[in-house]
Design a protein around this ligand. Structure first.
Ligand code: ADP
Ligand code: MG
Length: 701
């Protein structure tokens, strides 16, 4: 087969044509033969099994039964008529039901003739019924070409409306196999095929579309999942190797006055063991001559900031500048203030750059950066602008990276001739296995311990009807001198309504917590930055007791005296977001509380989210549940990474296969780093082709 055959545009396939091609493209993203070949069925109807009526068991199963219709009747019901056939075999009777096409069926169905009926059964009492069965006379069934397992392809309303039914798609795939004579180039090597006892690529593709039986289907699935994950891992791992060996990094081999001085004289507390461990890992990375690309995971409040600071001091000791980027102005401001305070009288020049930095100040800043007078720049996205040039950027720390895209990360990279070390900090825990497949090219450090003396936050769920009690609780806490957050959802699709909810909520709180006894702040995205900062400032200083806000306060804000987090319409938030929000409290010595308010109507998913939040404070456990509920699609950075456009594998469910694939990818590159051995020719060929088509390489390269 011509190797480019599979790149043939889909309209060339017999039976497709321009109109259908259009629909296939918009609805399923199918443009080439290859895309169609990789449109894998969602499920299969097993037609190898025949059931007797008395063997039928559960509702919702697809079954095939041989028998006769002995009676047909029309039943009147409120919502129209239905046609009911009594269908029997030698073991019992069931019903076939039609809600449409009655005339046609009455005219065409033959009574007392053996039929094969196929469909999904529903149980009513002791009787099974099969709505709109597929029917075939037994005589024809025995003559016809038998497909053992009928593939069911993904579909959309528009596809069906345009006549591209499951059958039509199945026909197209058959046509494709005909044109290729069922032969597809192998993409794995003989040793891997042998060791894992994988079936060949051609056999796998055939059996994924037209399984001969369950066993071959399972083998086809395994082979294709393995292959998909194997090539993803191969990309990630070769990239990591490339970075470690080919890309020169800055070597920070000095530990000088800044690092040591801070450690001896300015460290306000003893570091936790986890913090020490992580600092050691980072020092080792930056001390080698390879570029560091490290992900630092640590639950909210685990103390990532001080780790970042100490790494930046190490950079200064080695004659380099650093920058720390945060996703919002408030956060950048807070980091700036926090770092300044920690540094005390140390001779370290630090500045803040955000979107609202004045022009005159900016110009000054740019100069200081370029001539090297500035050691640390803290800022928002503004730091990435081309005008911002460093004399010698040695370390870039990115806080809460899920707000930054990969493209932005790569911008940082280009701010220097030799790329700076990169430390990405996140409080969104990613289960390890997943981190491996998403960020297989990053090294990972974990702070898995909270500073001592923290009391676990108590979390409860309350229905809206109990609001008065909740308000009383707030009053009691305020009396004790505590501060309160009340957070409202703000979701793009319902922005206007959400703002109304927020303002209504604010008004009702202002009514129930009247001046001058109570002071209430409000912060939301539509406010001018200056107003936002002003309100935030008042809360941080303790001038207001209640902060009403949207999720703008989700990340990073640190007000240790705030001890109660009330989340409104909790059912509308995702788990990881709830966990982040809750992390705003529990930062001081006092017992903290998180109250999850909801309406009475809750979906099953929402219930699971609530129960999880009430049950545990452990970010990793929450991340696992979140992953199960939502799948990996929403995780940080995944949309951009392009690594999750998996066609058949599921990195959560197929974790075991993922590990196997990773293992084999590592072994392969160890034994044949350049894929030069002839036994690996097929891998090299498939891999090069993949690299040409994909663009995942263009981040940080
Ligand atoms: P996060 O990891 O969420 O960014 P922070 O760096 O903001 O956490 O730290 C949270 C709080 O814990 C800060 O007030 C910080 O000063 C404090 N902290 C950090 N490390 C320690 C420690 N080892 N002992 C005591 N307090 C610490
Ligand atoms: Mg932080």
């Amino acid at each position: 087969m011509n190797p480019n055959f599979l790149q043939t545009p889909i309209p060339y396939l017999k039976g497709v044509g321009p109109n259908r091609a259009d629909t296939l493209r918009t609805e399923l993203g199918i443009e080439t033969y290859q895309d169609l070949l990789h449109l894998f069925p969602n499920r299969y109807l097993d037609k190898t099994q025949y059931y007797k009526v008395n063997q039928l068991q559960s509702s919702g199963a697809d079954v095939q039964v041989v028998g006769k219709i002995i009676h047909l009747k029309t039943v009147e019901q409120k919502r129209g008529k239905r046609l009911v056939a009594t269908f029997i075999d030698e073991t019992g009777q069931m019903e076939l039901v039609w809600f449409r096409s009655h005339k046609w069926i009455r005219e065409n169905l033959k009574l007392n003739e053996p039929y094969v009926v196929f469909g999904r059964t529903t149980r009513y009492g002791s009787t099974f019924s099969m709505p709109h069965p597929e029917m075939e006379l037994l005589s024809e069934h025995q003559q016809g070409l038998k497909i053992a397992m009928q593939p069911i392809y993904p579909s959309t309303e528009k596809l069906s409306a345009k006549g591209i039914t499951n059958r039509v798609i199945s026909k197209m795939v058959q046509q494709l196999f005909l044109e290729c004579k069922g032969q597809f180039p192998e993409s794995l090597s003989p040793p891997i095929l042998d060791e894992l006892r994988l079936i060949s690529k051609s056999e796998a593709l055939f059996n994924i579309h037209f399984p001969k039986n369950q066993d071959l289907l399972a083998k086809a699935r395994f082979r294709l999942k393995f292959e998909e994950l194997f090539f993803v891992q191969l990309q990630l791992i070769s990239k990591k190797i490339l970075r470690k060996h080919k890309i020169k990094g800055l070597t920070f081999d000095q530990v000088g006055d800044n690092f040591n001085g801070f450690f001896k004289n300015h460290l306000p507390f003893e570091l936790t063991n986890a913090q020490k461990k992580v600092i050691k890992e980072i020092r080792k990375d930056m001390g080698s001559n390879a570029q560091m690309n490290r992900l630092l995971q640590g639950d909210v409040g685990s103390g990532k900031t001080i780790v970042a600071l100490m790494c930046m001091l190490l950079a200064i000791d080695n004659g380099f500048q650093s920058c720390l980027m945060a996703p919002t102005e408030i956060l950048a401001q807070q980091h700036y203030n926090g770092l300044k305070e920690l540094l005390g009288k140390m001779d370290v020049k630090i500045a803040l750059l955000t979107g609202s930095t004045k022009k005159s100040e900016r110009t000054l800043l740019h100069n200081q950066l370029e001539n090297g007078n500035l050691n640390i720049l803290v800022g928002t996205h503004a730091v990435l602008e081309d005008k911002v040039q460093f004399k010698n950027l040695g370390l870039a720390v990115i806080d809460e990276q899920h707000r930054f895209g990969v493209a932005q990360r790569s911008k940082l990279w280009h701010k220097n001739e030799i790329p700076p070390h990169i430390l990405v900090m996140t409080a969104t825990p990613i289960p390890r296995t997943l981190a491996m497949s998403l960020y297989g090219d990053l090294d990972i450090s974990v702070i898995d311990e909270l500073p001592p003396g923290r009391k676990p936050i108590k979390t409860v769920h309350r229905f809206d009807g109990n609001r008065l009690k909740v308000f009383q609780f707030i009053k009691d806490e305020i009396k004790k001198g505590r501060q309160i957050y009340i957070v409202y959802p703000l979701i793009k699709e319902s922005e206007a309504l959400d703002y109304k909810d927020l303002m209504d909520g604010y008004e009702s709180i202002a009514r129930d917590f009247p001046l001058p006894e109570y002071q209430v702040s409000i912060v939301h995205g539509k406010m001018k930055p200056a107003d936002k900062d002003y309100e935030m400032e008042r809360f941080v200083k303790g001038e207001t007791q209640i902060m009403v806000a949207t999720t703008v306060i989700e990340v990073g804000v640190n007000v240790p005296n705030a001890s109660v987090m009330i989340i409104e319409s909790t059912e509308r938030f995702g788990l990881s977001q709830l966990h982040q929000l809750r992390g705003r409290v529990g930062r001081g010595a006092e017992q903290s509380f998180c109250i999850l308010m909801t309406g009475y109507k809750l979906s099953e998913d929402a219930k699971t989210r609530l129960q999880t939040m009430v049950r545990t404070n452990d970010g990793f456990e929450i991340a696992e549940v979140d992953l199960k509920l939502r799948g990996p699609g929403d995780l940080m950075g995944t949309q951009q990474s392009g690594l999750l456009n998996l066609k058949i594998a599921d990195i959560v469910k197929d974790n075991q296969i993922l590990k196997t694939a990773r293992y084999h990818a590592i072994q392969l590159l160890k034994n044949d780093p350049k894929l030069e051995k002839s036994e690996n020719a097929s891998i090299l060929f498939a891999y090069s082709k993949m690299m040409k088509q994909s663009n995942i390489w263009n981040y940080i390269s």
